[in-house]
Design a protein around this ligand. Structure first.
Ligand code: OMP
Length: 272
């Protein structure tokens, strides 16, 4: 079984360090001249699969925007996951799941179980029921060569209330990073962390040995030029900046979305 770290490295080495988000906001469906219903969502998804599937190392569909259309939206999400994986991208389902351990096991089966129609290469999870509650997802990911990305220091201003709180002399965010590093001591890089690019995070990421997903580029104001300073102490080979609207606003033309992605990725690669 190839570990997630090896699969992740192979994909990023081939395609570069930018995670393409697929976030079908109502505003984007309208700007693309699409109906705000499951048909419009499906057309949006097909353009994204064609534009980004063969180009991006990692593609992150934001589950919330598909869920908003009920079962028809989930059918489109399944198509996005399958289509992007078939095109050679790793798919990181942005579901931000977190619950007591037994329910977490069901979430793990949904997003990381081989037999699930939603099976992805990795899923985002929330550690605020305790890092240990994520164990079923971590175990399922490790067993399948997949990954989990744990929220540590998010890009939104409200995150500070919880993530900067003191946890026995460390911040809660640092404790999450340290717990992730402990899992990754096996060398599998099963656990990535999510650290926004929008501000100084104050974390010591040097022992993580796993991917650092960094949203906030583009629509939330961070730029490629900010990355070297924000992540000065991290191993930049593990850094995976992410952008959704910043790329998608170039649509609906497939070639234009591809070009916007490639430009953003090239700016990141030059900056890092
Ligand atoms: O886990 C995430 O991806 C995430 C964490 C975070 O701290 N901030 C953040 O913006 N995100 C997600 O990243 C995407 C950002 O979208 P844009 O602001 O359009 O690039 C959204 O899907 C967010 O839910």
């Amino acid at each position: 079984m190839t570990g997630f770290g090896d699969r992740y490295r192979a994909s990023v080495d081939a395609r570069g360090r930018l995670c393409a988000g697929i976030d079908p906001h109502t505003e984007l469906l309208e700007a693309w001249g699409l109906s705000v219903d499951a048909d419009g969502l499906g057309r949006f998804a097909d353009i994204c699969i064609e534009a980004l599937g063969p180009a991006a190392a990692v593609i992150k569909p934001q589950v919330a925007f598909f869920e908003a259309f009920g079962s028809a939206g989930f059918a489109v999400l399944e198509r996005v996951i399958t289509g992007c994986r078939e095109a050679g991208a790793l798919v990181l389902a942005d579901a931000k799941r977190g619950d007591i351990g037994s329910t977490m096991a069901a979430y793990a089966q949904s997003w990381l179980g081989e037999s699930s129609p939603l099976v992805s290469d990795a899923v985002t999870v929330s550690p605020y029921l305790g890092f240990g509650s994520l164990a079923p997802a971590v175990d399922a990911a490790r067993a399948g060569g997949r990954g989990v990305f744990v929220l540590a220091r998010t890009s939104n201003p409200e995150g500070a209330q919880v993530q900067l709180a003191d946890a026995d002399g460390r911040t809660v965010g640092q404790r999450i990073v340290d717990d992730a590093a402990a899992v990754n001591a096996d060398g599998s890089a099963t656990v990535g962390v999510v650290v926004g690019a929008t501000r100084a995070h104050g974390l010591d990421l040097s022992a993580l040995r796993g991917p650092i997903l960094s949203p906030g580029l583009g629509a939330q104001g961070a730029t490629a030029a900010d990355l070297p300073e924000v992540f000065a102490d991290a191993d930049s080979s593990w850094l995976l900046p992410a952008s959704s609207r910043g790329v998608l606003r170039a649509g609906p033309d497939v070639a234009a979305v591809r070009a916007a992605f490639e430009q953003a990725r090239d700016e990141i690669e030059s900056a890092l």
